[in-house]
Design a protein around this ligand. Structure first.
Ligand code: C2E
Ligand code: MG
Ligand code: MG
Ligand code: MG
Length: 280
């Protein structure tokens, strides 16, 4: 009976697999045309001072507006973009676009841009960052580059050299998704990051009392000791915010304040924040 069921399952599964592979191939084809078709868009999510709630800056988050599927999330197309060699041109485009957009804002807010480990190979990254800064005329200290621990896992000497060269341009370097990598702690003394972004999984599980609070407390302590700012990602509730404030996090980011939004909406957020500050 088990054998029959197994065979039945296999037979039922195969056309489904074909369909999925076809869908993937289609997505790949679409992705190759997406840049020329101007289907990519940069969204912005606010970063706030934890204590005052004041707007500190924005993180640039890439979106793909697919003509039929609607908005495809980065988790679905960034790995695929990596496979077809699109990450480098796409990464350079996000960098230029985010710097250009931020340079137009009426308040000198920070702009954080995510970098893929792929951008650290072939040595064009430093020149790309220089060019993005020069053409936008954005002050270098307003640009924060976010990297993940996976970048430092391999090839670390070459990578560290690039990070130092980026730092020499005057930009800030943040460690993103902190705590999810293999040996997070070992990277902190290899490079003087400006900011640690605590991964949202620790904030999500705060109320469960399974050690997340203690980990957040320890990371805030590390940040202080190493002169690195600490930001908490994925803040969704007022209770989480209260805890993060009490623990001394410097900055917060999450749906409690705002989802990532279009450039147009971002302008409204900046205008509102500016007038609120002016009235205070
Ligand atoms: P990330 O850099 O850690 O970005 C934060 C992600 O968390 C974003 O997802 C954001 O929308 C989401 N988020 C923010 N607040 C909350 C919250 O309160 N709750 C929950 N559940 N989620 C929240 P998004 O935009 O889907 O991006 C996912 C990942 O894709 C990013 O994670 C980043 O690793 C990558 N990514 C996005 N844009 C780019 C890019 O331009 N270049 C590269 N290389 N990677 C990018
Ligand atoms: Mg990020
Ligand atoms: Mg993150
Ligand atoms: Mg993340």
């Amino acid at each position: 009976a088990a054998k029959a069921a197994g065979r039945g399952t296999w037979r039922a599964f195969r056309p489904d697999m074909d369909a999925r592979m076809q869908a993937r191939r289609q997505l790949e084809t679409d992705l190759r045309c997406a840049m020329a078709a101007r289907q990519f868009e940069v969204f912005y999510q606010p970063l706030l001072q934890a204590g005052s709630g004041e707007l500190a800056g924005f993180e640039a988050l890439l979106r793909w507006n697919h003509p039929e599927r609607g908005r495809v999330p980065p988790a679905e197309f960034i790995p695929l973009a990596g496979e077809i060699g699109l990450i480098r041109p796409l990464g350079a485009w996000v960098l230029r676009k985010a710097c250009q957009d931020a340079a137009q804002w009426p308040v000198p807010l920070k702009i954080a841009v995510n970098l893929s480990p792929v951008q650290f190979t072939r040595g064009q990254l430093v020149a790309e960052v220089e060019e993005a800064l020069a053409t936008s005329r954005l002050a270098p200290d307003r640009l924060e580059l976010e990297i993940t621990e996976s970048l430092l896992l391999r090839n670390s000497d070459a990578t560290l050299e690039i990070l130092h060269r980026l730092r020499a341009l005057g930009v800030q370097i943040s460690m993103d998704d902190f705590g999810t990598g293999y040996s997070s702690l070992s990277y902190l003394h290899r490079f003087p990051f400006d900011k640690i972004k605590i991964d949202q999984s620790f904030i999500r599980t705060l109320a469960e009392g399974k050690g997340s609070l203690e980990i957040i407390r320890a990371v805030v302590g590390l940040g202080r000791a190493l002169s690195m700012k600490v930001l908490a990602e994925g803040v969704e509730t007022p209770e989480q915010l209260a805890t993060l404030r009490a623990e001394g996090c410097d900055e917060v980011q999450g749906y409690l304040f705002s989802q990532p939004a279009s450039l147009q909406e971002t302008w409204r957020t900046i205008a509102l924040n500016g007038s609120r500050r002016a009235r205070a």
